[in-house]
Design a protein around this ligand. Structure first.
Ligand SMILES: Cc1cc2nc3c(=O)[nH]c(=O)nc-3n(C[C@H](O)[C@H](O)[C@H](O)COP(=O)(O)OP(=O)(O)OC[C@H]3O[C@@H](n4cnc5c(N)ncnc54)[C@H](O)[C@@H]3O)c2cc1C
Length: 366
């Protein structure tokens, strides 16, 4: 009698989850099922380029049926019962597993900011489409009502890339429109090496993006943003478009017996197995791995998780995760800037290097 295949269920077909699935696909002893709430795969690091229209969709947004030929469940996973090794889906269906992989990514975090519902988050393809429609409406209205301000809240890499992409769209039609980047801290891009942050800052100025630091957003309305300056004083900025890029938090689903960290992540061992259940693996943005919440880290974790799942099934020793920083790039169209092998490279060359790298990476998802 041939031995029964182990059922591996992966929740989340994003940067980490789909890669684990592809790497396990050819294992004869495994039956892999992918669960995702959308029928598309989005390579998130290229979302700002999709938004600005500077890359075609096939470079970052792929129908899952074109890339994943295995079992697929189009649904949202809501609840995991590890005692019964089962997952309850939004449709109320139950999905059994032997090994579970949780790779549910991140969601927007508004930090309880009043009026956050009036800002546009920028963390998914749907977010990008809603923002694009809103910006088109604003640009049309501009013709009758004068020039608007387009504000981006959050001076981290996501906010900066979004501001640049937005300026690209807005200034094409309304060169005089104000694009304003708001940051609560004293400096933008504080997570990046200083020489890269400085180079990017220069490019933002060249692109006529106003930067306001030490400006904490207190309140958002459909027509304004209220801020508090670190040096004292409050201001209200008239503004019909505010984009929220000031924070994200892990996406969670209820897993009985698992207590999330205060940041909302799944606690994991160095092997990426849950600390309380060796049949549950977690990786990417939703796992407490201590690494940056980046695609770079998620991709490296996916490779390790796939190898460890095979080892786990075969009763072999699992390996610990170690993170290797490969460089950082900020996508600014033809003015892209990045640190490659310790060297700052800017402009067309950096844009081409990033494009080639991501094109190569995308092939491992197909
Ligand atoms: C605008 C933006 C730009 C970025 N740029 C970069 C960059 O340049 N470089 C970089 O390294 N990183 C970048 N990042 C971060 C990077 O994209 C994330 O760290 C990475 O995508 C994390 O991978 P993941 O697999 O954990 O989550 P994701 O890629 O987000 O995938 C999660 C998947 O799970 C699905 N899902 C979630 N919950 C459920 C559920 N309950 N049931 C079913 N499906 C579910 C989601 O729909 C999604 O498909 C960027 C992020 C954003 C938002």
């Amino acid at each position: 009698m041939p031995e029964e295949k182990k059922r591996v269920v992966i929740i989340g077909a994003g940067v980490a989850g789909l890669l684990v699935a592809q790497q396990l696909r050819k294992q004869k002893e495994l039956a892999v099922t992918l669960v995702n709430e959308h029928d598309t795969f989005l390579f998130l690091p290229r979302l700002t380029e999709l938004f600005s229209g500077s890359i075609p969709q096939q470079k970052a947004l792929l129908p899952l049926k074109h890339v994943w030929k295995g079992d697929f469940v189009l649904d949202q996973a809501n609840l995991v019962n590890p005692a019964e090794k089962s997952i309850i889906l939004n449709s109320n269906a139950t999905l059994p597993y032997d090994i579970l992989v949780v790779a549910t990514g991140s969601q927007v975090n508004y930090f309880n900011t009043p009026g956050s519902q009036y800002s546009y988050p920028f963390y998914s393809w749907e977010d990008s489409e809603k923002l694009r429609e809103h910006v088109s409406r604003m640009l049309e209205a501009d013709e009758q009502q004068g020039t608007h301000t387009f504000a981006i809240i959050g001076g981290g890499p996501t906010g900066v890339e979004t501001a640049y992409a937005l300026a690209h769209i807005v200034h094409k039609q309304r060169p005089g429109a104000k694009v304003l980047l708001l940051e609560a801290g004293p400096t933008i891009l504080k997570v990046l090496p200083p020489k890269l942050a400085e180079a990017v800052r220069t490019e933002l100025e060249v692109a006529h993006i106003d930067i306001m630091t030490n400006a904490k957003v207190l309140d958002i309305t459909p027509m304004s943003i209220s801020i508090e300056r670190t040096e004292g004083g409050k201001e209200t900025i008239p503004c019909y478009t505010s984009v929220w890029a000031a924070g994200s938090k892990p996406r969670t689903l209820q897993i009985s017996g698992i207590e999330y960290t205060p940041r909302g992540e799944i606690p994991v061992r160095p092997t990426l197995q849950s600390q309380v259940d060796s049949n549950i693996f977690a990786l990417g943005d939703c796992a407490a791995t201590g690494t940056p919440k980046t695609a770079q880290a998620a991709v490296q974790q996916a490779a390790l998780a796939a190898g460890n799942i095979i080892a786990h099934v075969k009763g072999k020793q699992l390996a610990p995760f170690t993170y290797a920083e490969k460089g950082t790039v900020v996508a600014l169209e033809k003015r892209t800037a990045g640190i490659f092998y310790g060297k700052l490279i800017t402009g067309f060359l950096a844009q081409q290097a990033r494009d080639k790298y991501y094109q190569y990476q995308l092939r491992s998802y197909q």
